[in-house]
Write a protein that binds this ligand. Structure first.
Ligand SMILES: [Zn+2]
Length: 146
């Protein structure tokens, strides 16, 4: 990643995804590693796209560089995005969900995969209610572990 070589990073991602797909007994998904993250511009804010997954083509796309400064993203953020997108693949292929929502269970599954892949201790996720019956991760509490 530090050398900025998309093809090498793509190979590593493909290996990781193939092993994960074998483990979960789902069809392989495709992977594309792209350069700078696209910016999504809304009326009052912009956000960066870290990755996405298409259920029709079973293709994961992840971006290696930040949108504005074009810096290589951190390994943790990159792997976390890859695990997140793979969990969308699991929602459709393993669980047969009609759609893949960002539920609390979804984030729990993505975190499990991430910590298992990195060999880091599993963290309990703490949640805060947000507007519209939604939830968001309470990161200060999650990182403190209490
Ligand atoms: Zn998502």
């Amino acid at each position: 990643m530090k050398a900025g070589k998309n093809t090498d990073v793509r190979c590593a991602c493909a290996e990781f995804l193939a092993a994960s797909s074998r483990f979960y007994n789902v069809p392989d998904c495709g992977i594309r590693v792209l350069a700078a993250r696209p910016l999504r511009v809304r009326e009052n804010w912009t956000s960066e796209l870290f990755g996405d997954y298409s259920p029709e083509t079973m293709l994961i796309r992840v971006w290696m560089r930040t949108a504005v400064r074009k810096e290589i993203t951190s390994f943790g953020t990159f792997l976390s995005t890859l695990c997140h997108e793979f969990c969308h693949h699991l929602d459709f292929q393993r669980f047969g969900f009609p759609d893949s929502w960002h539920t609390r269970g979804f984030y729990e599954r993505a975190a499990l995969l991430y910590h298992h892949a990195r060999g880091t201790p599993q963290k309990r996720l703490f949640w805060l209610p947000a507007s519209g019956g939604r939830w968001r991760i309470d990161w200060p509490r999650t990182n403190r572990g209490s």
